[in-house]
Design a protein. Sequence first.
Length: 147
Amino acid sequence: MSLNRVVIMGRLTRDPELRRTQSGTAVTSFSLAVDRDFKSRENGEKATDFIDVVAWRQTAEFVCQYFSKGRMAVVEGRLQIRDWKDKDGNNRRSAEVVADNVYFGDSKRDGASGGDSAPAYGSPASTYSAPAGGGFAEIEEDGELPF
């Protein structure tokens, strides 16, 4: 058995553009700027990784409709390594995340565009609506730990 699951969260580095294959399948590719969890010893700043993502079909259409440069996104998918040749004929290798699901990583006011009413494609929470009062309820404690 093998497992290849990736979850990343970061900001889009540019507006995604919807393209179509010759057979009409929707596809888009974009990069996420993903901050590392730790700070550099030299300058005390977090390093950023720029991770390439490709989305297909309805996921690609969703990303192009609701996301733009600077918007925070959470991408769930699999890591894919692709071999290719550059213009000089040299063998090259690239890693990219093939997105299965893309979620909003920020609220409407934090993001560059989009809205809270937009669905989250592939999200189990896409049909969830929070109850009035923020969605929080008091928890009654009986002194017992649930685990």
